[in-house]
Design a binder for this molecule. Structure first.
Ligand SMILES: [Ca+2]
Length: 354
């Protein structure tokens, strides 16, 4: 019986091994399993890179002492904070402009001049006919008073103006003494230039003007006249401006927002300033493996060691104590650090500032 050499056995074994490897481990249809197996590692790697870039970006402004950052209090002025804590890692902001109605205007604006002027012709010129952007001027009533302010001198006087929207909405409807009759109780015009002129019959001292805009007649406030002026004339040819006005009882309410971010090497804290004062803050750890692990495990319960438990309790206590997370971040944000977190996980990631 011929003896098979060791080398021959080894060759045979290697050939079989190679065949098996190719068939079982390197088959194309099996590659997706490796890709799937690598996925968690890729996610962690990506998160790590993301956190690293975050930390580099945040560190550019210099690291701040944690106690100093923690000392920032609600209501503190932005200049005081910068002077005390230093230049933030980032600063951004903006302005929110909200148009609000001044109380009690009711679609009516009143314009008084310092001293009465003699005028026979009074002209209302409209440069921006509405707040909505609609190019339609609507005036329900235009009233003119002298110094004692009792008698409406414009009432029932001859009026002229831009071509009306409909024959029922002529200039005379702005001096008929009422606003309650619906759209037919207003002067309406759709073509430039927008003007309404009243002839008082003779030169008279005038001192006060009242304009009742669209909403005084029950239409939308957005249809109220936005910009206009009032001119007076003795002869109907040369006019002088008596009143320049912006807005039918609206004021622009501006709110300035700034967000300063301070970084102490581990935590970034974003302070939101409203009109220059600290209003709220929010703390975030760019990289905190302990908490990440807990979140991935899906149970924000207390870790085993006493040391960790103490830290954990401190965190959850301060989180549940409702440290202001303010206007911009009220409630548990649904998205954070590149992935979605549940409410519990969010609470766990929200460490106290002390
Ligand atoms: Ca009217």
């Amino acid at each position: 019986m011929a003896t098979v050499s060791f080398a021959a056995r080894a060759r045979q074994a290697w050939t079989i091994t190679r065949t098996e490897l190719r068939r079982a481990f390197l088959a194309k249809r099996g590659l997706w399993v490796y890709a799937l197996a690598l996925l968690p590692a890729l996610i962690f790697f990506g998160h790590g890179l993301d956190a690293k870039w975050d930390i580099e970006r945040l560190s550019r402004g210099g690291l701040k002492d944690r106690a100093l950052v923690n000392s920032i209090q609600k209501g503190e002025a932005i200049d005081a904070v910068k002077a005390r804590v230093g230049t933030p890692a980032s600063e951004r902001g903006g302005t929110r402009v909200r148009r609000v109605r001044t109380a009690g205007s009711n679609g009516t604006t009143t314009h008084a001049i310092d001293a009465a002027v003699n005028a026979r012709f009074v002209r209302l010129n409209i440069s921006r006919p509405s707040y909505s952007g609609e190019i339609v001027a609507k005036v329900y009533e235009f009233e003119i008073y002298d110094a004692d302010g009792v008698q409406n001198l414009a009432l029932g006087r001859p009026a002229t103006g831009s071509q009306p929207c409909t024959p029922e909405q002529g200039p005379e409807k702005a001096v008929n003494g009422s606003v309650a009759g619906g759209k037919g109780d207003s002067w309406c015009a759709e073509n430039w230039p927008f003007f309404l002129q009243v002839d008082l019959g003779a030169a008279r001292p005038v001192k006060r003007f009242v304009v009742k805009h669209a909403s005084a007649g029950g239409e939308s406030r957005e249809s109220d006249t936005r910009d206009f002026n009032i001119q007076v004339s003795a002869d109907g040819k040369s006019f002088t401006t008596a009143v320049s006005s912006v807005g039918a009882g609206f004021v622009d309410e501006r709110t300035e927002y700034r967000v300063l971010t301070y970084f102490d090497g581990q935590r970034e804290t974003q302070f939101t300033f409203v009109d220059g004062k600290v209003d709220s803050w929010h703390t975030n750890h760019p990289l905190l493996f302990e908490e990440d692990r807990t979140i991935f495990a899906g149970k924000p319960s207390a870790p085993a060691t006493n040391h960790s438990t103490a830290r954990w309790s401190a965190r959850t206590a301060s989180a549940s104590a409702g440290r202001s997370c303010g206007v911009l971040w009220s409630g548990p944000p649904a998205y954070h650090g590149g992935r979605s977190l549940g409410a519990e996980a969010w609470a766990a990631r929200r460490p106290g500032r002390t």
